[in-house]
Design a protein around this ligand. Structure first.
Ligand SMILES: [Fe+2]
Length: 278
C-alpha cells in the first residue's frame, strides 16, 4: 500500500540565541526571513516554495507556538539535517564556507564510478548540517521537486531540505511504530548500525547517487558520519494525506490534535510530527 507521507515541509531547531541564528541562516544561506518575533522566540525562513526552516528559543511560561505547544513541542536539539545543492555547486560551497570561517569535512558516499559527495559542518548551536549534491534530472522526484534558486553570490546555493536524522532510544519499537502509526515508507537499514531510512514519498525508492528525494533517518543514540548526532525532541513537518495519517494515529492511540491546518502528533519518544495538506 502507498504511504500517505508525501514530502518534507519543514524543520524546527532549538537555539539559545535567536539573533545569532538569524544572522547565521540569513548570511551563510541567504534565506529569506519571513518572521522574526523575539517575544515568542521564533524566527522563520523560507527555503523554497514548499519548505521552511524555523528557529525556536525556549522561553519560560510561554510557548513558541500555541498549537504545537499543546503537545509540548520543542525545536530539535543537536539535529543532523541535510540541504540539497546541485552537484556542480559543491566546489563553490567550500569556498563560501571558508569565507565564513566555517570548518567543513567532505565525504564521498558513492563509488569511484559514481561519486556522491557531501560536505558536513556545524551551526553555532551544535546542529550538524550537510550539503548534499542532487541531480535535478534524476527519475526519482519528490512531490515538490527542488529547482535552481537565485541567491546572493556570497550565500550557499541551497535549493531544498533533503533529510532530517532523529534519535530513538528504543530503536526496535521505532522501526515497528513509524510505518504502522504514521505510514512512513521504510526503505532500508544499514548493515553495521541501527539506522533506518524512510523515504518521504508514497513509494519506496533507494537512497543515494544524487536522488532529489527527501528522507527521514532514524537511529539509536549514536554518533553517525562526520560526528553527527541524531536530533532529540525534534519538531518536523511533512506534507501528507492528512486524513489517512490521522486514522493511523488514532488507531495507534498516540497523543494528537487535528484541525483545519492539519494534524499534530506527539511521538512517544518526544518528537512532534506535523502533517499538512500539500
Ligand atoms: Fe546525512
Amino acid at each position: 500500500m502507498d504511504s500517505p507521507i508525501l514530502d518534507l515541509a519543514g524543520i524546527t531547531l532549538e537555539v539559545n540565541h535567536l539573533p545569532r541564528g538569524v544572522r547565521f541562516y540569513t548570511h551563510l544561506f541567504g534565506l529569506d526571513l519571513t518572521r522574526h518575533d523575539d517575544d515568542k522566540g521564533v524566527a522563520e525562513f523560507r527555503v523554497n516554495d514548499s519548505q521552511s526552516l524555523t528557529l525556536w528559543k525556549p522561553i519560560t511560561r510561554r510557548k513558541n507556538d500555541e498549537r504545537l505547544g499543546k503537545l509540548r513541542a520543542r525545536g530539535a536539539s543537536h539535529l543532523h539535517f541535510a540541504w540539497q545543492v546541485q552537484e556542480a555547486d559543491l566546489e563553490r560551497c567550500k569556498t563560501i564556507l571558508d569565507a565564513y570561517d566555517v570548518h567543513w569535512t567532505e565525504l564521498d558516499l558513492g563509488t569511484p564510478e559514481r561519486p556522491d559527495r557531501t560536505l558536513y559542518f556545524y551551526d553555532p548551536f551544535g546542529h550538524g548540517l550537510e550539503l548534499r549534491g542532487v541531480n535535478l534530472s534524476d527519475e526519482r522526484q519528490p512531490t515538490f521537486p527542488p529547482k535552481p534558486t537565485e541567491r546572493s553570490a556570497h550565500a550557499l546555493p541551497v535549493i531544498g531540505l533533503r533529510e532530517a536524522a532523529i534519535g530513538f532510544s528504543d530503536y526496535d519499537a521505532m522501526k515497528e511504530r513509524l510505518p504502522r502509526a504514521y505510514g512512513f515508507c521504510f526503505v532500508k537499514e544499514q548493515d553495521d548500525r541501527d539506522f533506518a531510512q524512510f523515504v518521504l514519498s508514497p513509494r519506496p525508492e533507494l537512497d543515494g547517487d544524487g536522488t532529489p528525494q527527501r528522507w527521514l533517518y532514524c537511529w539509536d543514540p549514536q554518533i553517525g558520519l562526520a560526528d553527527m548526532h541524531g536530533g532529540d525532541h525534534a519538531t518536523l513537518k511533512f506534507y501528507a494525506d492528512v486524513d489517512a495519517v490521522a486514522r493511523r494515529v488514532a488507531q495507534a492511540g498516540l497523543e494528537h490534535g487535528h484541525d483545519d491546518l492539519g494534524l499534530v502528533v506527539r511521538d512517544p519518544e518526544g518528537h512532534v510530527f506535523e502533517f499538512v495538506h500539500p
